[in-house]
Design a protein around this ligand. Structure first.
Ligand code: FES
Ligand code: FES
Length: 172
Protein backbone atom coordinates (compact mmCIF):
# COMPACT_ATOMS: atom_id res chain seq x y z
CA UNK A 1 0.00 0.00 0.00
CA UNK A 2 1.50 3.33 -1.14
CA UNK A 3 -0.11 5.92 1.08
CA UNK A 4 0.65 9.63 1.17
CA UNK A 5 -0.99 12.52 2.98
CA UNK A 6 -1.34 15.77 1.07
CA UNK A 7 -2.84 18.86 2.70
CA UNK A 8 -4.40 16.71 5.37
CA UNK A 9 -6.05 14.20 3.02
CA UNK A 10 -4.87 10.60 2.55
CA UNK A 11 -4.27 9.20 -0.95
CA UNK A 12 -3.30 5.84 -2.34
CA UNK A 13 -0.52 6.15 -4.93
CA UNK A 14 -0.68 3.69 -7.83
CA UNK A 15 2.44 1.62 -8.55
CA UNK A 16 2.72 3.30 -11.96
CA UNK A 17 2.90 6.71 -10.25
CA UNK A 18 5.90 5.83 -8.11
CA UNK A 19 8.31 6.83 -10.88
CA UNK A 20 6.81 10.32 -11.19
CA UNK A 21 8.41 13.27 -9.45
CA UNK A 22 6.40 14.65 -6.56
CA UNK A 23 5.95 17.86 -8.57
CA UNK A 24 4.37 16.02 -11.50
CA UNK A 25 2.23 13.93 -9.20
CA UNK A 26 0.93 17.05 -7.44
CA UNK A 27 0.30 18.99 -10.65
CA UNK A 28 -0.87 16.22 -12.98
CA UNK A 29 -2.54 13.67 -10.71
CA UNK A 30 -3.83 15.84 -7.86
CA UNK A 31 -4.25 19.04 -9.95
CA UNK A 32 -2.49 21.09 -7.30
CA UNK A 33 -0.95 23.56 -9.70
CA UNK A 34 0.12 26.12 -7.14
CA UNK A 35 3.33 24.06 -7.05
CA UNK A 36 5.13 25.60 -10.01
CA UNK A 37 7.38 24.04 -12.62
CA UNK A 38 10.06 26.65 -13.21
CA UNK A 39 13.00 24.55 -14.35
CA UNK A 40 12.47 20.91 -13.36
CA UNK A 41 16.18 20.77 -12.63
CA UNK A 42 16.33 21.67 -8.97
CA UNK A 43 17.59 25.18 -9.70
CA UNK A 44 14.79 27.67 -9.10
CA UNK A 45 12.82 26.57 -6.01
CA UNK A 46 9.43 27.34 -7.56
CA UNK A 47 8.35 23.72 -6.95
CA UNK A 48 9.16 23.82 -3.21
CA UNK A 49 6.71 22.02 -0.91
CA UNK A 50 6.97 20.96 2.72
CA UNK A 51 7.44 17.24 3.36
CA UNK A 52 7.39 16.12 7.00
CA UNK A 53 8.20 19.67 8.07
CA UNK A 54 11.09 20.24 5.66
CA UNK A 55 11.13 22.35 2.50
CA UNK A 56 12.11 20.23 -0.49
CA UNK A 57 12.23 20.65 -4.26
CA UNK A 58 9.43 18.49 -5.51
CA UNK A 59 10.76 18.36 -9.08
CA UNK A 60 13.79 16.40 -7.84
CA UNK A 61 11.92 14.15 -5.43
CA UNK A 62 10.62 10.81 -6.66
CA UNK A 63 7.23 9.69 -5.41
CA UNK A 64 8.71 6.45 -4.13
CA UNK A 65 10.83 8.50 -1.70
CA UNK A 66 7.84 10.20 -0.10
CA UNK A 67 5.47 7.29 0.40
CA UNK A 68 4.27 7.46 4.01
CA UNK A 69 5.05 11.18 4.24
CA UNK A 70 2.93 14.21 5.00
CA UNK A 71 3.04 16.88 2.31
CA UNK A 72 1.91 20.48 2.52
CA UNK A 73 1.46 22.51 -0.67
CA UNK A 74 0.44 26.12 -1.06
CA UNK A 75 -3.19 25.04 -1.47
CA UNK A 76 -3.11 23.62 2.07
CA UNK A 77 -1.64 26.73 3.61
CA UNK A 78 -4.73 28.89 3.64
CA UNK A 79 -7.22 28.20 6.38
CA UNK A 80 -10.24 25.96 5.64
CA UNK A 81 -12.56 28.98 5.93
CA UNK A 82 -10.68 30.59 3.02
CA UNK A 83 -8.82 33.18 5.08
CA UNK A 84 -5.14 33.66 4.42
CA UNK A 85 -2.40 32.10 6.49
CA UNK A 86 -0.28 34.74 8.28
CA UNK A 87 2.61 33.96 5.91
CA UNK A 88 0.40 34.64 2.88
CA UNK A 89 -0.97 37.82 4.46
CA UNK A 90 2.55 39.01 5.32
CA UNK A 91 3.74 38.48 1.72
CA UNK A 92 0.90 40.69 0.49
CA UNK A 93 1.33 43.32 3.20
CA UNK A 94 5.11 43.54 2.69
CA UNK A 95 4.77 43.92 -1.09
CA UNK A 96 6.64 40.65 -1.66
CA UNK A 97 4.40 39.48 -4.50
CA UNK A 98 4.78 40.82 -8.02
CA UNK A 99 4.21 38.33 -10.86
CA UNK A 100 3.65 35.69 -8.15
CA UNK A 101 5.35 32.80 -9.93
CA UNK A 102 7.92 32.24 -7.19
CA UNK A 103 5.50 33.00 -4.36
CA UNK A 104 4.18 29.49 -3.56
CA UNK A 105 7.71 28.11 -3.31
CA UNK A 106 8.86 31.12 -1.29
CA UNK A 107 5.99 30.72 1.15
CA UNK A 108 6.69 27.01 1.52
CA UNK A 109 10.34 27.74 2.39
CA UNK A 110 9.20 30.45 4.80
CA UNK A 111 6.78 28.01 6.43
CA UNK A 112 9.51 25.40 6.99
CA UNK A 113 11.84 28.03 8.42
CA UNK A 114 9.19 29.41 10.78
CA UNK A 115 8.33 25.92 11.98
CA UNK A 116 11.88 25.71 13.34
CA UNK A 117 12.37 29.33 14.36
CA UNK A 118 9.71 32.00 14.75
CA UNK A 119 12.29 34.74 15.31
CA UNK A 120 14.73 34.29 12.45
CA UNK A 121 17.12 37.16 11.77
CA UNK A 122 17.45 38.51 8.25
CA UNK A 123 20.58 36.50 7.58
CA UNK A 124 18.83 33.26 8.58
CA UNK A 125 15.89 34.16 6.35
CA UNK A 126 18.18 34.82 3.38
CA UNK A 127 19.96 31.53 4.01
CA UNK A 128 16.70 29.56 4.25
CA UNK A 129 15.37 31.16 1.06
CA UNK A 130 18.55 31.09 -0.99
CA UNK A 131 17.32 28.24 -3.17
CA UNK A 132 14.21 30.20 -4.17
CA UNK A 133 14.77 32.50 -7.12
CA UNK A 134 12.69 35.60 -7.86
CA UNK A 135 12.95 37.65 -11.04
CA UNK A 136 10.84 40.52 -9.80
CA UNK A 137 11.21 41.68 -6.23
CA UNK A 138 14.92 42.01 -5.49
CA UNK A 139 14.35 39.81 -2.41
CA UNK A 140 14.25 42.67 0.12
CA UNK A 141 10.46 42.59 0.42
CA UNK A 142 10.51 38.81 0.68
CA UNK A 143 12.84 38.96 3.67
CA UNK A 144 10.57 41.69 5.11
CA UNK A 145 7.57 39.40 4.62
CA UNK A 146 9.11 36.45 6.45
CA UNK A 147 10.16 38.72 9.33
CA UNK A 148 6.64 40.12 9.46
CA UNK A 149 5.03 36.66 9.39
CA UNK A 150 7.19 35.56 12.33
CA UNK A 151 6.26 38.71 14.23
CA UNK A 152 2.52 38.23 13.61
CA UNK A 153 2.63 34.59 14.71
CA UNK A 154 4.61 35.43 17.83
CA UNK A 155 2.20 38.22 18.74
CA UNK A 156 -0.85 36.01 18.13
CA UNK A 157 0.75 33.03 19.86
CA UNK A 158 0.20 30.70 16.91
CA UNK A 159 2.50 28.28 15.14
CA UNK A 160 2.75 27.96 11.34
CA UNK A 161 0.81 24.70 11.25
CA UNK A 162 -2.04 25.83 13.52
CA UNK A 163 -5.34 25.93 11.69
CA UNK A 164 -4.13 25.13 8.17
CA UNK A 165 -4.27 21.77 6.43
CA UNK A 166 -0.81 20.69 7.56
CA UNK A 167 -2.26 18.47 10.23
CA UNK A 168 -3.74 15.15 9.05
CA UNK A 169 -7.51 15.05 9.02
CA UNK A 170 -10.07 12.44 8.14
CA UNK A 171 -11.48 12.46 4.62
CA UNK A 172 -14.95 11.27 3.81
S1 FES B 1 11.04 23.49 -10.80
FE1 FES B 1 12.02 22.47 -9.14
S2 FES B 1 13.73 23.70 -8.66
FE2 FES B 1 12.89 24.62 -10.47
S1 FES C 1 7.35 37.76 -7.82
FE1 FES C 1 7.85 37.32 -9.93
S2 FES C 1 9.35 35.74 -9.81
FE2 FES C 1 9.07 36.40 -7.76
Amino acid sequence: MNAITINGAAYEVADAELELSLMRYLRERRFLRGTKNGCEKGLCGSCTVVVDGKAIRSCRTAMKKVIGSTVLTIEGMEYPDGSLHPIQRAFLDAGAVQCGFCTPGMEMSAYALLLKDQSPDRESIRKAMKGNLCRCTGYQHIVDAVELAGKIMREQGISPEAGCLAAPRKTS
